[in-house]
Write a protein that binds this ligand. Structure first.
Ligand code: SF4
Length: 361
C-alpha cells in the first residue's frame, strides 16, 4: 500500500483530499485502517492539540409526538400511541432548575414535530429556558424544525431563525442532516426537508451569526459514495461560512427502528466503519477544528478509539437522553466526567471542560 502511504503523507503536508480519494479511504478493509487513523490522529494533534474536551450539557425533549415518521427513528409517537408526553412551561423550568444544580452550561432541546407547534411554540420554550437560566447556552432546533415552524406560521426560514435568536437561541443543532443525498433521504426520511433545503437553512443560520454543528448519520442503507458526497457538502459550506463548530458522526442505532425491522437497513455500522468515519472525517474536513465522537452512539470503548483516530471531543454529559434509547441503545443517559477522564488519561491525554463554542473552561 505504498500508494496509501504517499496519499496520507500528502494530506499531512496540506493536500486537500478529493472525493475519489476519500472514497478510496472509506473502502480500506484491512490493517491499513490503522495508518489512516494514525494520520488523522497526527492532524488532530497539530490542529487542536492534545486536550480531550467535553461539555456539561443536558437534553430537554419537549415532546415525542411527531407528524413525521422517519424510518430510522425509534423515539417519535403518533396520536393514540402510549407514552406520549408534552412538557409545559412549569415542567421545562423544573428541568432547567435541575440543570443549574448540575452545573450544566448547555441545554439542548430537540423534539418531535408536534402537530400543534408553530414558530412561537419554539420561541416560547427558549424564552422559558432563558428566563430560568440566563447563563445557560441554548443549543436547540435544527433545519427540519426551522422549516416546520416556518410552514406552520407562514414565515420565511430566515424570519424563524431571527425570532429564535431573539428568544435566546445561541446555537443550532446540525441534526436532520442524516445523509445529504436525496435518494437516501427518500428511503429513510421521506417527509424530511430535501438536502438542498437543509443546506440553505444551515447557511442562513451561519449568516445570522448562529453557529451550528455538522452531523452525519451513517450505517443504515447509504453507500460509501453517499458518505463522501455528504462530507463534501459539509466542507463546501464550511469554506463559505466557517459557521460549523464541529463535525459529529452519528452511528445508526438500529434495534427498534422501522427501517431495520422492515429489512431496509443494515444492523448499524461496524467498528471499522465507526473508526474510518472519524478518521476520514478528520482528513477530509480540513476546515473543521473539532471532531466529536459520540459515546451515546458508539459506547465509551469505541469512542476512546475514535479519540486516537482523529477526534478531540467526547460530546457532553447529556443527563437525559431519549432519542438513541428509543432506537434501542442502552446506557445513554449520563456519562460522568470522571469516566471521561479515565478514558482520556488512558491514552495519555488530558480532559478539559469546554463551552458549547469550544472555549476551554
Ligand atoms: S427523526 Fe425527528 S422528525 Fe423524524 S420521526 Fe423522529 S422525531 Fe420526527
Amino acid at each position: 500500500m505504498e500508494h496509501l502511504t504517499i496519499l496520507l503523507d500528502d494530506v499531512k503536508n496540506g493536500h486537500r483530499l478529493s472525493e475519489d480519494e476519500a472514497l478510496e479511504l472509506f473502502r480500506v478493509q484491512n490493517r491499513h485502517i490503522w495508518e489512516i487513523a494514525a494520520a488523522a490522529d497526527e492532524i488532530r494533534e497539530e490542529r487542536v492539540g492534545n486536550a480531550v474536551t467535553y461539555v456539561r450539557n443536558q437534553n430537554i425533549n419537549v415532546t415525542n409526538l411527531c407528524v413525521n415518521a422517519c424510518g430510522f427513528c425509534g423515539f417519535s409517537k403518533k396520536p393514540g400511541d402510549e407514552g406520549i408526553y408534552f412538557h409545559d412551561k412549569t415542567e421545562i423550568q423544573k428541568k432547567v432548575a435541575l440543570a443549574k444544580e448540575r452545573r450544566v452550561t448547555e441545554i439542548c432541546t430537540v423534539s418531535g414535530l408536534h402537530p400543534d407547534f408553530t414558530a412561537q411554540s419554539y420561541t416560547d420554550v427558549y424564552r422559558w429556558i432563558h428566563e430560568a437560566a440566563p447563563d445557560i447556552h441554548i443549543h436547540a432546533s435544527n433545519p427540519m424544525e426551522v422549516a416546520y415552524a416556518a410552514k406552520k406560521s407562514g414565515m420565511s426560514t430566515v424570519e424563524v431563525l431571527e425570532a429564535m435568536k431573539e428568544a435566546g437561541l445561541n446555537s443550532m443543532c446540525g441534526t436532520a442532516a442524516e445523509i445529504l443525498v436525496d435518494s437516501v433521504r427518500n428511503k429513510i426520511c421521506r417527509q424530511k426537508i430535501p438536502a438542498k433545503e437543509w443546506v440553505r437553512i444551515i447557511t442562513e443560520a451561519h449568516g445570522l451569526g448562529i453557529p451550528t454543528t455538522a452531523t452525519i448519520m451513517y450505517g443504515h442503507c447509504e453507500t460509501d459514495q453517499d458518505r463522501v458526497k455528504h462530507l463534501a457538502i459539509l466542507r463546501d459550506i464550511q469554506d463559505e461560512t466557517s459557521g460549523f463548530t464541529e463535525f459529529v458522526p452519528l452511528s445508526f442505532i438500529h434495534m427498534n427502528t422501522p427501517l431495520y425491522k422492515a429489512g431496509e437497513a443494515r444492523a448499524g455500522a461496524t467498528g471499522r466503519e465507526d473508526l474510518l468515519m472519524v478518521a476520514v472525517g478528520r482528513l477530509f474536513l480540513d476546515n473543521f477544528r473539532n471532531i466529536q465522537v459520540s459515546w451515546v452512539k458508539e459506547g465509551i470503548k469505541m469512542a476512546q478509539l475514535g479519540l486516537i483516530a482523529g477526534a478531540n471531543d467526547l460530546g457532553g454529559t447529556v443527563y437525559e437522553e431519549s432519542i438513541s434509547k428509543g432506537a434501542g441503545a442502552t446506557n445513554t443517559d449520563y456519562l460522568d466526567p470522571a469516566e471521561m477522564q479515565r478514558v482520556a488519561e488512558d491514552i495519555g491525554r488530558t480532559l478539559r471542560r469546554r463551552t458549547t463554542l469550544y472555549e476551554l473552561a
